[in-house]
Write a protein that binds this ligand. Structure first.
Ligand SMILES: *Cc1c(COP(=O)(O)O)cnc(C)c1O
Length: 221
């Protein structure tokens, strides 16, 4: 199956889930996650009409950036954890940082002055790497982002713990949506290949899809 057919399949899943939840398909944007794939995969996806791209690692994207920086209308989202010492590099290459997790990182991201979209990665369960913003700290992080004129806060993001049963991600998505509503935020970056349908029903506005589209391509490592 080619990339186009996989893309249509993914869009079909979003459409069916949206319909089941009484939502419009157009409310859910597809983010093509191209992490660990060579730049050719990103260019191929662009040629098929995709415009929102997700990358997880600043250093990896740096190596692809030159070849994609000029693509008209393309927007690049950082969806992996950002160390503050890489914040300048990140703000120069990405349009959206989905993984803002502290007031300090928000300040660092604003130092370059580039206009940047921001989403907050929220801690919804215990993990070994305790980096996300805890729900009780959300108000502080939100305020720190809003104080920076160059940052535009849109919403929240999180990836639930892996489970073979996609339905088990549902409670995490519902919790993220409730937190967004509580803080007056409208965008929800949630859902990956296997739980995209669940996320779309639970209010996702941005599905981050990698393997369902690109698994036939050869990764970098
Ligand atoms: C890799 C990744 C995805 C996409 O994963 P698939 O299950 O392959 O679709 C989504 N979100 C984040 C944060 C990722 O790192």
């Amino acid at each position: 199956m080619g990339l186009q057919a996989r893309l249509e399949e993914v869009r079909g899943r979003i459409a069916r889930a949206a319909q089941a939840a009484g939502r419009r398909e157009s409310e859910i944007l597809l983010l093509a996650v191209t992490k660990v794939f060579p730049v050719e995969v990103l260019l191929e996806a662009y040629a098929l009409g995709l415009r929102e791209f997700g990358e997880s690692y600043v250093q990896e994207f740096e190596r692809k950036f030159e070849q994609v920086a000029g693509l008209a209308g393309a927007r690049f989202h950082l969806i992996g954890h950002l160390q503050s010492n890489k914040s300048r590099k990140a703000s120069a290459m990405f349009q959206v940082i989905q993984t803002v997790d502290s007031a300090r990182l928000a300040q660092r991201l604003a130092e370059g002055g580039e206009p940047l979209g921001a989403m907050i990665e929220v801690k919804l369960y215990e993990e070994q790497a305790q980096q996300d913003a805890a729900p009780e700290d959300l108000a502080v992080v939100i305020e720190a982002i809003r104080q920076q004129p160059s940052l535009q806060l849109t919403g929240l993001m999180k990836m639930p713990p892996w489970s073979d049963e996609a339905e088990l991600a549902g409670p995490y998505f519902k919790r993220l949506k409730a937190l967004a509503e509580q803080h007056g935020l409208t965008k929800l970056s949630m859902g990956r290949s296997h739980d995209l349908g669940v996320a779309s029903q639970d209010g996702s506005t941005l599905g981050r899809v990698c393997s369902a589209q690109f698994r036939s391509r050869k990764p970098l490592v």
